[in-house]
Write a protein that binds this ligand. Structure first.
Ligand SMILES: C[S@@+](CC[C@H](N)C(=O)[O-])C[C@H]1O[C@@H](n2cnc3c(N)ncnc32)[C@H](O)[C@@H]1O
Length: 189
């Protein structure tokens, strides 16, 4: 069965003017994406940021729940956070997946505004299955993944498109992760 690793990228990210920036980690993204990923059987959730101060913040948030005596009353949250960790870069996350799986993952990128893409979740799952490689699914923050990440990826996923008649399309990253996780499950069924 194809294995899935989820990562939230804070660098390299683009801002409103398409410039390369590093975004800040948010508490909600740590908790919600961790719980969704764990629920859908992902192997691990990486929070990617090169900023040491942000590492401390993430570790404090994760460590807080591990050590909290009251955590005993909230085992689900503890369980979800146990498989969440930091990577300094996308390359480091790829390396960690390779260490765990013995093979390089297919790096798959997501975005709301791709003009060109390689296919749907079922297509990349088929490819991963044939190649016997895990998937590392990258999500953006800020105004999305920087072009350098999108261009160098192994697979660009078809964007999620809703039904809004005026074309409104502004999902939070947490919603986008949950939808793609459900599509991953459907693709494996
Ligand atoms: C650009 S960030 C926006 C972050 C924002 N601060 C928030 O509210 O979450 C949203 C990320 O979620 C994913 N995403 C959002 N909408 C999407 C869509 N329609 N199709 C595919 N991916 C989408 C992409 O990974 C994108 O980089």
């Amino acid at each position: 069965m194809t294995k899935l690793y989820v990562a939230l990228v804070h660098h390299p990210i683009k801002n409103k003017r398409n410039e390369l920036v590093t975004t800040s980690v948010t508490n909600l993204d740590i908790h919600d994406i961790s719980r969704s990923s764990r629920t859908y059987g992902a192997e691990h959730y990486y929070i990617i940021t090169p900023l040491k101060a942000q590492h401390e913040l993430v570790n404090r948030i994760l460590g807080h729940w591990e050590k909290d005596k009251n955590g005993a009353y909230n085992p689900d949250r503890q369980d979800a956070l146990a498989f969440t960790s930091i990577a300094n870069s996308i390359e480091e996350a790829v390396e960690k997946v390779k260490e765990a799986e013995g093979v390089n993952p297919l790096v798959v990128v997501t975005g709301a505004n791709f003009e060109e893409y390689d296919g749907k979740m079922k297509d990349v799952c088929r490819k991963a299955n044939i190649d016997k490689r895990p998937i590392l699914l990258l999500f953006g923050t800020g105004w999305g993944l920087h072009a350098s990440v999108v261009e160098s990826a192994d697979f660009r996923l078809e964007p999620l498109i809703g039904n809004a008649s005026d074309g409104y399309n502004h999902l939070s990253v947490r919603s986008a992760v949950a939808i793609y996780l459900d599509r991953f499950k459907e693709a494996l069924d």
